[in-house]
Design a protein around this ligand. Structure first.
Ligand code: PEP
Ligand code: MG
Length: 758
């Protein structure tokens, strides 16, 4: 702002403050407001239009005919006033009548006024009214005057809300009319459909007070908020929201650039000098930047604008103390979460009954947040570019993750079509649910073990709902992720015991903690406190457990005690060399000894196994095989290491295919190595839950799969259609001489046999 603008705004704000503090009713306050603004800007006309029943109604005026008040009404998009509301933009015209949208209203007597300037009155990012000035003389208004008007419009927004002068529903309806339906495209991360309302994971702050009581105090608040924000950014490299490496570093760099930008701080301080509160000043500057950016059509700049919006929102959250995520604020029961990205722990904070879907700007198929969402049965659409620019808090959304789309502010026709698809999808789900008691058996009569992946106490109910053969992977770290502190041994024992009890005769494979990578815990950090450059290949899983063996000891004891008198299956994650298995098992043996000496009831039998996630282990499997009872292939990590492609990096999300000769040949070799050793082999990565991929696994000789519960029905159905000899032979052919498009070849093969694979 120029110093003239600061002064002009300050004078008006001081007078408006008096008007607002007066004891008069809302209408007389508005009447006074237009007088004050008109006088201060030396303007012959000053009018306020507010939204009522979907129309912009003249609520107060100085200079136009008083008879027109509450009589003149404009549709959104109609006339100059309607255009300002429609586009949430400013108009500054020397000759109003020359504008193509000009619409003359004789009852107002405005024909003698030539020049016109108007700004939107914005509430929760929506225009709820328009403030305008007019002059007899044709003249363009100075920047100073427009800025003063914009500042005043913020004050009006507060007055209007406090006095209940507009209806929030009206504002929503207006917003729908403003932009209409928009279709977004992305990448399906978790299939499913959902209809609901957009909820920002990091909620947009609503500004309650605009005019400052004590300017110096507001200044101090902003200084402190900037300090805290800069600290946060310096610490951010490790946060899930930002993932790791590459693209994310660029985002952080941009954040740093903005956070330390002196121009930004200066403008906010000037806005405070003009009489605004810290919150209003931040928003005021942001509004101005938004308007300027709208005139520049450059996608790169638009991306940066999102970053600046993020940061302004972060600053607002700090300054206003509204720090929690939407999870901590009582979620509505049809929420569709909007975020750039999320960590698994953040997602787990949400009530799964209320959360209907998630839409992310980033995300990849095997990132843990997606695995958690899949386990929660929540559809996820990822990689939606420009998401946060299009969707506003409270927008109606139709999420069709099956078709990788989402519709924002749908028309009634679109809602109807969606409902029809939704009904179809529910029918299909019902068919799968009806397969609960069907055992997965191939056409030639081979029994296939279909188990589920789980991680939380409630997940166990899925065993009965799906009729799965057991829990092939219980991710014990989930309880660590949902807890603010390290879970105590007793608490762990209770969880494991409950799970075993609920599973009854069906086996449960407990995987010891797999922390690290994209599953970070604030209370468990690397000793040197530094972020790792490659956390997926870093200090995680068994590597942490062996170094901090206290953690593993506690878990071992909890598992052994929980399984007293029962069968226990223990699996170690990320084993790269046989000695790691030996070391981990020794921890269990130590605890077993301890319990034995104290004459405690021990498990009836203990089976130990490992996950094959690190390719190096495949080279020494023959050495490990005599020591283990089972091996489960974690295709999520295995593929990221085989291809050297970070599983959380959205840029690589679509690049490598599970149905590539490299992966399939690798898996085949592992199956062959273990053939005849007596070691049970299974697959527990996300690959097994997808039909075409599961078909490939059957062709490779895999007879056990542990998959996400929602996939149990579809996979059972698939299994029933497969002839093992046939797919085994076909797979041998594809592996010996891989076709250029192996996936395509498999799709065609399945189609010829009427096997549905999508
Ligand atoms: C895997 O890596 O495939 C796996 C099942 O483990 P997680 O996804 O928990 O890393
Ligand atoms: Mg893994």
């Amino acid at each position: 702002m120029t110093s003239g603008a600061v002064e002009a705004a300050r004078t008006i704000l001081t007078r408006l403050h008096e008007v607002m503090a007066s004891r008069s009713n809302a209408q007389s306050k508005l009447n006074n407001v237009v007088e004050v603004i008109g006088e201060s800007l030396d303007s012959e006309v000053c009018s306020v239009y507010l939204l009522r029943e979907g129309m912009l109604e003249l609520f107060a005026t100085r200079g136009l005919a008083q008879e027109a008040v509450h009589v003149t009404r404009m549709a959104v998009g109609e006339g100059l006033v309607g255009t300002i509301a429609d586009q949430t933009g400013t108009l500054n015209l020397a000759e109003a009548a020359a504008h193509p949208d000009f619409s003359y209203r004789p009852e107002t007597g405005e024909d003698k006024f030539h020049s016109f300037a108007g700004v939107p009155i914005v509430r929760r990012e929506r225009a709820v009214g328009v403030l305008c000035v007019q002059h007899v003389e044709p003249r363009r208004y100075e920047e100073v005057e427009i800025e003063a008007l914009q500042t005043v419009a913020m004050v009006l927004s507060e007055l209007i809300t406090n006095a209940d002068l507009i209806d929030e529903e009206d504002a929503r309806a207006l917003s729908a009319g403003q932009t209409g339906p928009v279709q977004l495209h992305g990448l399906t991360l978790v299939k499913g459909l959902a209809a609901g309302v957009a909820v920002y994971h990091q909620p947009r702050v609503t500004i309650e007070h605009v005019v400052a009581e004590d300017t110096e105090a507001e200044r101090q608040r902003v200084i402190l908020a900037f300090e805290r924000m800069r600290e946060q950014i310096d610490r951010m490299s490790n946060q899930a929201e930002f993932g790791v490496g590459g693209e994310h570093e660029e985002v952080l760099e941009t954040y740093r650039m903005f956070a330390y930008d002196e121009g930004w701080t200066r403008r906010i301080n000037e806005a405070i000098d003009s009489g605004l509160t810290a919150e209003a000043a931040i928003e005021r500057v942001q509004q101005r930047t938004r308007m300027r950016m709208r005139q520049i059509d450059d996608p790169l700049l638009a991306d940066r604008m999102h970053d600046l919006e993020d940061l302004a929102n972060r600053l607002l959250r700090i300054v206003s103390g509204q720090l929690g995520t939407a999870a901590s604020m009582g979620l509505r029961n049809d929420a569709i979460l909007i975020a750039r990205n999320l960590g698994p722990a953040e997602l787990l904070e949400y009530d799964r009954r209320r959360l209907k879907g998630v839409i992310l700007e980033e995300g990849s198929l095997t990132s843990h947040v997606v695995i958690v969402a899949r386990a929660m049965g929540v559809p996820v659409l990822g990689r939606v570019r420009g998401l946060r620019g299009v969707v506003r808090e409270g927008d109606q959304l139709l999420l069709d993750a099956d078709q990788a789309t989402a519709t924002v502010r749908p028309s009634s026709g679109l809602v109807e079509a969606f409902e029809a698809r939704f009904a179809k999808s529910r029918e299909r789900q019902a068919v799968y649910a009806g397969m609960r008691d069907v055992l997965a058996t191939t056409r030639d009569g081979t029994r296939i073990n279909v188990m589920i992946n789980a991680g939380l106490r409630d997940d166990v109910t899925n065993l009965n709902l799906t009729g799965a053969d057991g829990i092939g992977l219980f991710r014990t770290e989930f309880q660590f992720l949902v807890s603010a502190t390290l879970p105590q041994r007793e608490k762990q024992t209770r969880l494991y015991r409950d799970v075993l009890e609920a599973a009854g005769e069906r086996p449960v494979v407990f995987r010891t903690v797999d922390i690290g990578g994209d599953k970070t815990l604030p209370y468990l950090r690397h000793d040197d406190g530094e972020g790792e450059e490659n956390p997926a290949m870093g200090w995680r899983a068994l590597r942490v457990a062996l170094e901090r063996d206290g953690l593993l000891k506690v878990q071992a004891r909890a598992l052994l005690e929980a399984a007293a008198g029962r069968k226990l299956n223990v699996m170690f994650p990320m084993v790269a060399e046989p000695w790691e298995f030996d070391a981990a098992k020794a921890v269990f043996d130590g605890q077993l000894d301890y319990l034995r000496k104290r004459r405690k009831v021990l498990p009836e039998a203990i089976r130990y196994g490992v996950m094959l996630e690190v390719p190096a282990l495949a080279e020494q499997l023959d050495l490990l095989a005599p020591k283990i009872s089972f091996l489960s292939i974690g295709t999520n990590d295995l593929t990221q290491f085989l291809f050297a492609a970070d599983r959380s990096n959205p840029k690589l999300a679509e690049r490598y295919d599970w149905l590539s000769p490299a992966i399939l040949r690798f898996l085949k070799r592992v199956v062959r190595t273990l053939d005849g050793t007596g070691v049970d082999i299974s697959v527990c990565g996300e690959m097994g839950g997808r039909r075409l991929e599961a078909l490939a696994l059957l062709g490779l000789g895999i007879r056990r799969m542990s998959i996400t519960p929602a996939a149990v029905g579809p996979i059972k159905e698939l299994v029933g259609k497969v002839d093992l000899a046939e797919i085994t032979e076909a797979m041998a052919g594809w592996l010996a001489a891989p076709p250029a498009d192996l996936r395509g070849a498999m799709v065609a093969w399945a189609a010829e046999r009427d096997i549905h694979v999508d």
